[in-house]
Design a protein around this ligand. Structure first.
Ligand code: C5P
Length: 206
């Protein structure tokens, strides 16, 4: 079984995916972490983020891989753990350029499709491109202000600055971020995290 949870930046996808996965007793898979890790390694190596061939060779040379677990995903480059370095503003600012490269998308998709089922997969295109045959699909939205206010609790930046960065990332991610036609769209604005998780679980179990 595969459950997909897609949505815009900072809509709560990974928290919801983690909660749903724990309730179902299965892992969740955070696809955005692979794009973030690709960006971090590219930045560290001083590679231009639009040069797909050099970037891909660098990723493969560094044995980049995702370890999905219900409590939280971890990302490794060989023996080095990258997980705690993936949510910096520097990575936020570069990741959309990396995610726009078809070669990188194909590489991420292949990694995800090789994972053993069952799992909950979260990202932008899990229900459309990567797992179109998933059993249950969800798409999370919320206004830019609500999302920025939530993220401001995790970052040392002001709400308007975060809101502007999120809106820009939404714009750059538009191509891969359309909801699947068979996805249930949930506006998380008026709901608590537990409320969203309950709504997803009720639909999965129905
Ligand atoms: O989900 P998160 O915000 O961590 O994703 C980081 C970035 O990775 C997104 O802004 C987007 O550019 C890219 N991404 C994507 N497709 C996915 C997941 C993430 O393009 N399935």
């Amino acid at each position: 079984m595969i459950v997909t949870i897609d949505g815009v930046a900072a809509s709560g996808k990974s928290s919801v995916a983690s909660g749903v996965a724990r309730a179902l007793g299965i892992p969740y898979v955070s696809s955005g972490l692979l794009y973030r890790a690709a960006t971090l390694l590219g930045l560290e190596a001083g590679l231009p983020l639009h040069q797909a061939a050099a970037l891909l060779a660098h990723l493969q040379g560094n044995s980049l891989r995702l370890e999905p677990r219900a409590e939280g995903n971890r990302v490794w480059a060989g023996e080095r753990e990258l997980t705690l370095e993936l949510h910096s503003s520097r990575v936020d600012a570069g990741v959309s350029a990396v995610a726009a490269l078809p070669e990188v998308r194909a590489w991420v998709d292949a990694q995800l499709r090789a994972l053993p089922e069952p799992f909950v997969a979260e990202g932008r295109d899990m229900g459309t491109t990567v797992f179109p045959h998933a059993e249950a699909k969800f798409y999370l939205t919320a206004s830019p202000r609500v999302r920025a206010e939530r993220r401001a609790k995790e970052r040392p930046e002001d709400v308007p600055v975060i809101e502007a960065a999120l809106t820009e990332r939404d714009r750059l991610d538009t191509v891969q971020s359309a909801p699947a036609p068979d996805a249930q769209v949930i506006d998380t604005g008026p709901l608590t995290l537990e409320g969203v998780i309950e709504e997803v679980l009720a639909s999965v179990r129905a």
